[in-house]
Write a protein that binds this ligand. Structure first.
Ligand SMILES: Cc1cc2nc3c(=O)[nH]c(=O)nc-3n(C[C@H](O)[C@H](O)[C@H](O)COP(=O)(O)O)c2cc1C
Length: 197
């Protein structure tokens, strides 16, 4: 089993989303022998915003020959190889981090990860892949008055669906800004992370 891990929290050891990912991976490794994990820490080693040189590459007009094309190729191959994509999602300003958005700009490429057919877009990634998003947020967005302000999970479902991954599971540690509710929500999410493995 090939697991691609994308980390986005800037908070290192204090991060709730990183704790969820770590708990999931530790449990997965305890339950399964053949787990290979590739980690992309987009917070500590961010990839650059999409450069102009990659526009013709992403449009399928050129192979590209510079560093950015090589990086894009590497990121796409990592995604193609992965059976499971595990994402630690730090919820920033109602969205995913800009580092994760930059990653998505590199892996969405015409005739490589998607194509437009007669009836609309078709995702080209091999079938059977799964995304698990472990998201930590200061407030509560799974229900209630702020639900419509969660642009992160709808975005992740849209972008992964676009390239062919429609199986997107979400585990939330919400209310992390609330000193009473936060730890309770995190404990519950950690338990869910163990059950997912
Ligand atoms: C720059 C920034 C923006 C944030 N924006 C939001 C937000 O829009 N809504 C929210 O509920 N929490 C917001 N938070 C709080 C984080 O979602 C919260 O700290 C969460 O635990 C971050 O994930 P982590 O624990 O994995 O670092 C923000 C935090 C930072 C640093």
């Amino acid at each position: 089993m090939q697991v691609l891990v994308l980390q986005t929290s800037l908070r290192g050891a204090d991060s709730a989303s990183r704790a969820l990912v770590d708990t999931y991976l530790n449990t997965l490794q305890a339950h399964h022998r053949d787990v290979t994990i590739t980690v992309r820490d987009l917070a500590s080693q961010p990839i650059p915003h999409l450069p102009a040189a990659l526009i013709p590459v992403q449009l399928g007009l050129s192979e590209g020959a510079d560093e950015s094309a090589a990086l894009a190729e590497e990121l796409i191959v990592e995604l193609e190889r992965a059976d499971i994509v595990v994402i630690g999602v730090a919820f920033y300003n109602f969205m995913i981090s800009s580092s994760l958005k930059a990653w998505s700009d590199y892996v969405v490429r015409v005739r490589r990860t998607f194509v437009y057919g007669a009836e609309g877009p078709i995702g080209l990634l091999p079938a059977g892949k799964k995304v698990i998003a472990f998201m930590a947020s200061g407030g509560v967005y799974s229900a209630g008055p702020a639900a419509a302000m969660d642009l992160a999970i709808p975005y992740l479902r849209t972008i992964f669906g676009f390239i062919g991954i429609t199986d997107v599971e979400v585990v939330r540690a919400e209310a992390q800004a609330d000193p009473t509710a936060g730890p309770v929500a995190l404990d519950r999410a950690l338990e869910a992370a163990r059950l997912f493995a």
